[in-house]
Design a protein around this ligand. Sequence first.
Ligand SMILES: Nc1ncnc2c1ncn2[C@@H]1O[C@H](COP(=O)(O)OP(=O)(O)OP(=O)(O)O)[C@@H](O)[C@H]1O
Length: 309
Amino acid sequence: MQPIIEVRDLSKTYASGTVALTDVTLDIHQGEILALLGPNGAGKTTFISITCGLVTPTGGTVRVGGHDVVRDYRAARSLIGLVPQEISVEMFETVINTVRFSRGLYGKAPDDAYLEGVLKSLALYDKRDAKLMELSGGMKRRVLIAKALSHGPKVLFLDEPTAGVDVNLRREMWGVVRRLREEGVTVILTTHYLEEAEEMADRVGVIDRGRLMLVRDKAELMHEFGRKRLTVELTEAMAALPADLAGDGVTLSADGMHVSYDYDARADRSGIARLLAGFAAEGIAVRDLSTEQSSLEDVFLRLVEEERA
Ligand SMILES: Nc1ncnc2c1ncn2[C@@H]1O[C@H](COP(=O)(O)OP(=O)(O)OP(=O)(O)O)[C@@H](O)[C@H]1O
């Protein structure tokens, strides 16, 4: 199947001389949730703005549903919904009128049945006649999504959907995004939160200083994420690892006081029992044990380093 979004060698240098994107190439598939992770200023918003036709690229192309976002702007844009970072809503307007207005901006014929369906899927139907000023922060964010969906797009961009919101609201947003995907909407979201990418995405892309460093299936990343490290603290320093303790993933610290063992936490047999039996057999006294999980952040840092190398 043809990707819904095809990005080829995309570059952007702003008039100020700031290089925001360099040679980004990426396919986004229909019905997936792609999370774009990256630090402030990495180029995420620039990528979204170009795809939505709000910023002109200085090199390369983006096609949405086969339509070039520059040459064939209207056709491309009609397939896209954008939920921007800032919450700006017309406080005195009602929910239903706000989404009707957004739909009208796309030159689409009025279709209240469709819009009511959108409001229902976002749990806003009961609030359709409420003024926006009467809504909670979470509801206002859902109104922004309803506006972005008002013209029936195939692709939804969410620029930092949960920046600065509390944990409950973040979970609520995750639920909303998952339901949209079930309805067949392709979702591209940007985030600073690794946890969010981990929770939501089918694929994760990392942008760093304008370059797309990597794009991976989350399952693949989670496999690496599943690694843990056991550290065994000894009562006395050891000069070298005894032969029956040495093995894959076992290392002795420089001071000889700690043995660490990296293992796959998801494997049926972690190898920990075998290792500890080895300590007992060698008569090595153990002071303490601790385990730590490599965070997604560790995984990313390692991957990005590998990619740079
Ligand atoms: N209109 C503009 N004119 C000049 N430079 C810009 C403009 N918009 C963004 N930039 C610069 O381009 C770079 C990428 O910015 P962008 O907003 O795309 O990053 P981002 O990854 O979305 O960051 P954040 O996570 O902070 O939103 C930054 O250095 C930024 O200062």
